[in-house]
Structures are given as structure tokens and as C-alpha cells.
Write a protein that binds this ligand. Structure first.
Ligand code: AMP
Ligand code: MN
Ligand code: MN
Length: 318
């Protein structure tokens, strides 16, 4: 059932023990929004705990209260009266759903979120990040925005907008960022922490660039990384941005084999709606940034993906 942000605030006010979660393969918005909400709810005297069923890339480990995030273990349950799902629809939660039968409140900014398998959904596709919505929620709840909460929220907004460069950056996005800086955020400190990469990651980027393939008269650029290559580095964060910038390119993709027959797809576009392509392949996302997972061989995944992109562009098979 679709609800308003006011309704979402009312549900949170009425709850006492809240289990907070976000998507697997968590990004800055997933971790920033869950940690900020945990602190906001604790500030209102509630019990709040974040569970994420995945590892988190190192750049996010220094966020306030990061060490309190828990990963569900097999057979574990958690006593909650509300499950709060942030920055994703209910499909990408790993085993968190097994922790509780509490009603699920979902707050998200993905255009592809239909509210399946949740009780209440607040979705705002015009929010650049879920952290933007959490900021408005905090205002609705009359919660104090501490410097720690502001740091978490700013990180989510900055990372989901490519540091205020992508088309989702709007006047309200910058207005909220400005409020967060007033609340105590140090933007350059967060930028430096987020852009930091290990030597292995930079070497991985070199390997990824070597795998560059162009399709459909250079309108599409792809990087394809097999499992052996993927094992050498722990993150592909930002790789796709290096090829998205090619002047002839409309759609860029990164196809990475995470395990045998598990191929993860990231897409970015300058025009075409890649959320539709991702949805048609079982994933989702936004108009200009979307993703999915294809459970097949890398070669087959490339064929399926390039075929779907070609259809969306209205061009034939390459
Ligand atoms: P990424 O390429 O991983 O940065 O993802 C781009 C956008 O698409 C993000 O907003 C993701 O949350 C979304 N996305 C990625 N993979 C999926 C998926 N399998 N299902 C739904 N949304 C996804
Ligand atoms: Mn996210
Ligand atoms: Mn997000």
C-alpha cells in the first residue's frame, strides 16, 4: 500500500523496536540511510538495529556507528515490531527477511519499486538518494540532525549523485546538502574518503579498461570481467564511470562474473531508460543507472545484455 511520508513518520513513531535494512551489495546510500535512521530512531528513545546481509566496501567503514551493523546468521531471529527497508525493493535483502515477521515499511527512491512483498511503501523517484528522503523524515519526526547523522546522510546523497554531477542532482538536493554542511559535515573529508582506492583496485581498473568492447557503432561501451579477474580485487566501484564518458556512448555497462554462472550487470545511460532494460532482465534501478544479475555464463550474459540494449536503442544485433 502506497503511503505518504507523514504516514511513514506516524508508523515509525508508533513502533518501539525497529529492524532497519537495505540492499545487498550496499552502496553509500544504503549504508548512509540505514545508519542515519538508526541514530534518528535511537534519538527518539527507540530500539533500532541495522542488519545488512553482505560485506561492505572499505570506504564506508568509517561512517559513524558502522561497527554496529550486523549480518544475520543462519537461524537467527530478531524481536522487532517494524521492519524498515531502505533504498531497495524487498527482493534484494538476502536473509534479513528471515529475522522477523514484523510488518514491513519500505522507503525508497527507485522508480522500479512496485511495493511487492511489503506492507507500506513510500517512494519518491525525484529524490536523488534515499538519504534525501531520510533527511525529510527526520524533519517530520522533529529529530535533531547531529553531525554524525549529517555525515551519514551527506555520504548517501553525494555518492548517489556522483558528487552532485548526475541528472538526479536538483535544487532540493543541493539545499539539503547545504543544511547538512551547516549541521557539521565536512564535504572534502567525505569526498577524499569515498574516492580512496587500494592499489589492487587501481590495477583492477587497468584490467577492466583492457577488456573494453564497443557495440552498435560505438553507441554502447562494455567492460567484461571474468571470475578469475574479479577475484583479484574487492570492488568495481566507479569503473563504469570511466567508460560512460566516451563521447559517442549512450549506454555503458559493466558485466562482472561474481561466481560461476552469476553475472552482475551495471548500466549507465545518457538518454535511454536503462531501468526498463534492467527490469526486463529481472533487476531494476533508475532511468540513467540500473542493474541486474544474470544467472548464466559470461558469454551468454553478454549476448542477452547486448541484445536487450540493442532493442532499447532500436538497433539490430551487433
Ligand atoms: P549499480 O550499477 O550497482 O550502481 O546500480 C545502479 C542502480 O540500479 C542502483 O540504484 C541500484 O540500486 C539499482 N540496481 C542495481 N542492481 C539492481 C537489481 N538487481 N535490482 C534492482 N535494482 C538494481
Ligand atoms: Mn543503493
Ligand atoms: Mn539510492
Amino acid at each position: 500500500m502506497l503511503i505518504t511520508l507523514k504516514d511513514a513518520a506516524t508508523k515509525l513513531r508508533a513502533a518501539n523496536k525497529i529492524l532497519i535494512t537495505a540492499h545487498i551489495q550496499p552502496d553509500g546510500d544504503a549504508i548512509g540511510s540505514t545508519l542515519a535512521t538508526m541514530q534518528i530512531l535511537r534519538g527518539l528513545g527507540k530500539t533500532a538495529q541495522v542488519f545488512i546481509d553482505d560485506t561492505v566496501r572499505k570506504n564506508l567503514h568509517a561512517l559513524p556507528h558502522f561497527d554496529e551493523i550486523r549480518r544475520p546468521v543462519s537461524g537467527e531471529t530478531f524481536d522487532a515490531d517494524l521492519l524498515l527497508i531502505l533504498d531497495t525493493s524487498a527482493e534484494r535483502l538476502g536473509n534479513v527477511r528471515k529475522l522477523t515477521n514484523a510488518p514491513a515499511l519500505n522507503i525508497d527512491h527507485h522508480i522500479t519499486n512496485t511495493g511487492a512483498d511489503v506492507d507500506y511503501l513510500y517512494v519518491d523517484k525525484d529524490a536523488a538518494a534515499t538519504c534525501e528522503i531520510v533527511y525529510r523524515l527526520a524533519r517530520e519526526l522533529d529529530a535533531e540532525i547531529t553531525p554524525e547523522i549529517a555525515t551519514c546522510l551527506y555520504t548517501g546523497i553525494a555518492t548517489d549523485t556522483g558528487f552532485f554531477q548526475f541528472s538526479n542532482t536538483r535544487a532540493h538536493t543541493l539545499a539539503i546538502a547545504s543544511e547538512l554542511i551547516t549541521a557539521g559535515v565536512s564535504p572534502h573529508f567525505i569526498s577524499e574518503r569515498m574516492e580512496s582506492k587500494s592499489l589492487a583496485e587501481v590495477q583492477g581498473l587497468a584490467a577492466a579498461l583492457n577488456s573494453l568492447k564497443m557495440y552498435f557503432g560505438d553507441k554502447v561501451a562494455g567492460m567484461i570481467l571474468d571470475h578469475a579477474t574479479m577475484k583479484k580485487f574487492d570492488s568495481t566501484e566507479g569503473f563504469i564511470d570511466e567508460i560512460r564518458v566516451i563521447d559517442t556512448v549512450d549506454v555503458a555497462f559493466l558485466l562482472s562474473e561474481r561466481a560461476p554462472n552469476v553475472c552482475r550487470v551495471s548500466m549507465r545511460s545518457k538518454g535511454v531508460d536503462v531501468s526498463k532494460i534492467a527490469t526486463s532482465l529481472g533487476g531494476g534501478g533508475h532511468v540513467r543507472a540500473a542493474g541486474c544479475t544474470l544467472k548464466t555464463t559470461l558469454d551468454e550474459a553478454e549476448k542477452i545484455l547486448v541484445g536487450a540494449i540493442g532493442n532499447a536503442l532500436g538497433v539490430g544485433n551487433d
